[in-house]
Write a protein that binds this ligand. Structure first.
Ligand code: GRF
Length: 212
């Protein structure tokens, strides 16, 4: 099978980008990273991508989310990615971007990793939220991206105990290696699009993605 073309969007240090790129190099993930796009002009993610010889793009952050996402779509056009993989991308994506990556089967081809066990602690600083809430367990979630923040169909999750953590930093130190393992492993089956989408709730349109 041909490698799946993916573009990675990142705003920060890029450790998840690197974990995914390493999985591609080691052939654990049948993908080609066609570009790394950042909304920040200087980031670890851009440096890491340049080191690996992956094309880098900067679409500078701006308040107007619609205008920004149009520029993102335009910047990525010639790279023709099938999936967008968000890896510490600190922007809320618009409906227009999601629709540009909507599959014929109806799901979004934008994937995200969130540092909590969703639906707990959506939004910024998931590890810190869990620590300050006094949670005994937290985790990591890989999900497809829909309009409401951190609400799209859950693909993969892993939990870990934080009962003995003394700071939010300690929680993050425990979580990051799990992210780096879980994200490439989940992408391996998500990118093949061999999954079933289940609608489990009669009360709200909530979907769940399961490998098959
Ligand atoms: C990770 O904790 C990720 O879950 C969250 O932002 C952080 C990004 O880290 N969305 P990095 O830039 O991949 O190192």
């Amino acid at each position: 099978m041909k490698p799946v073309r993916i573009a990675i969007l990142a705003s920060g240090r890029g450790s998840n980008f690197d974990a995914i790129a390493e999985a591609v190099t080691q052939k654990r993930l049948n993908a080609e990273i066609v570009a790394l796009l950042s909304d920040q002009p200087k980031t670890g993610a851009l440096e890491k991508a340049a080191k690996r010889g992956i094309p880098t793009l900067v679409v500078p952050a701006e308040k107007d989310r619609k205008a920004h996402d149009r520029k993102v779509i335009e910047a990525l056009r010639s790279f023709n990615p099938r999936f967008l993989v968000l890896a510490g991308y600190m922007r809320i994506v618009t409906g227009e971007l999601i629709e540009a990556f909507r599959s014929d089967r109806g799901y979004s081809r934008i994937v995200n990793i969130h540092p909590s066990l969703l639906p707990s602690f959506p939004g910024l600083h998931g590890y810190s939220q869990a620590f300050h809430h006094g949670a005994k367990l937290t985790g990591v979630t890989v999900h497809l991206v829909e309009q409401d923040v951190d609400s799209g169909p859950i693909c993969a999750q892993e939990s870990f105990s934080i009962a003995d953590c003394r700071s939010a930093e300690e929680v993050e130190q425990r979580g990051l290696p799990i992210e780096h393992r879980l994200y490439p492993a989940a992408l391996e089956w998500i990118l093949r699009e061999k999954f079933e989408i289940q609608e489990r709730s009669k009360l709200e349109r909530r979907l769940c993605v399961c490998p098959n």
